[in-house]
Every structure is written in C-alpha cells, then in structure tokens.
Write a protein that binds this ligand. Structure first.
Ligand code: ZN
Length: 143
C-alpha cells in the first residue's frame, strides 16, 4: 500500500474494537438476507467488501460461526462488549473482509452498487437507485 493511500477509520459502538481500511473498497452493497437481518436487528445491512490486506483491526472480536448458502462457514465478528457487528469472513472467499458499513466513523462515502438476497427483502423497502439486484448472493458464486 502506498503511504499516501486513503485510510478510513471505524469501530464498534463502545470503542473496544477499532479498525482501519486502507484504499478504496472493492465493492459496496446492500444485503437483505435473513442472517444480516437477525444479526443487525433490522431490514438489511450495508457492507463494504475489502481485501483482507486492506483491513487492520485493533481489539479482539468475538466470532459467531455462521453457515452460508454454500454450506461453508461464515465467521461473523462482533464486539463482545457492545454487540456491534464488525466484519464477516466467508470460508469460500477467505481473502475478502466484509465490513459492516455502519461502523465506519464517516460512512457518507458509501454508494452501494449491488443488492444481494432481494428475495428476502422486506416489502416496504424499495429498490435503491443505481443498484444491480440479485435474488441470492452477489459474490462468491460463478456468474
Ligand atoms: Zn464494542
């Protein structure tokens, strides 16, 4: 990474977990899946996918081992003190760190370009403008 590359900071609600993302995210997306709904307690999650090498974390997250469509593990990292979801890492894409975008200190830069798991989207949530909509997963499967 170049020394002058953009660095974005984020962290959990209580501040026990802090992280830095270096460089531009590879992808910003909305995920309507039931797992994101349960973990976040809301209608959908907004996530930024970054290369594992772009993500640096201070503080130790607790990990819930979830399971994705593929049957392989999805490691959902969250703060053990305040419960904020921080990142998810799927065994099918171990080099990708999926950051829960609401944890950035300044999330205003995020413009989602894709919506995943639209089949689970709530009826009152309209399609976002400028997104490509997927019935199921938008990453990690051949297309
Ligand atoms: Zn916390």
């Amino acid at each position: 990474m170049a020394a002058n590359e953009l660095r974005r900071e984020g962290g959990c609600l209580c501040g026990a977990i802090r992280y830095t993302v270096t460089g531009a995210p590879l992808l910003s997306a909305v995920c309507h899946c039931r797992h994101c709904q349960r973990q976040g307690g809301s209608a959908f999650s907004v996530v930024c996918a970054v290369a594992a090498s772009q993500y640096e974390q201070r503080g130790e997250t607790r990990v819930f081992q979830d399971r994705g469509d593929s049957g392989q593990a999805v490691h959902r990292h969250f703060c053990d003190t305040c419960g904020s979801p921080i990142v998810s890492i799927a065994d099918v894409l171990p080099d990708l760190t999926i950051v829960k975008a609401g944890t950035f200190d300044d999330p205003g830069f995020i413009v989602p370009t894709q919506e995943a798991y639209c089949r689970d989207a709530w009826a009152f949530v309209p399609p976002f403008s400028g997104t490509e909509r997927f019935s199921g997963t938008n990453i990690g499967e051949s297309r």
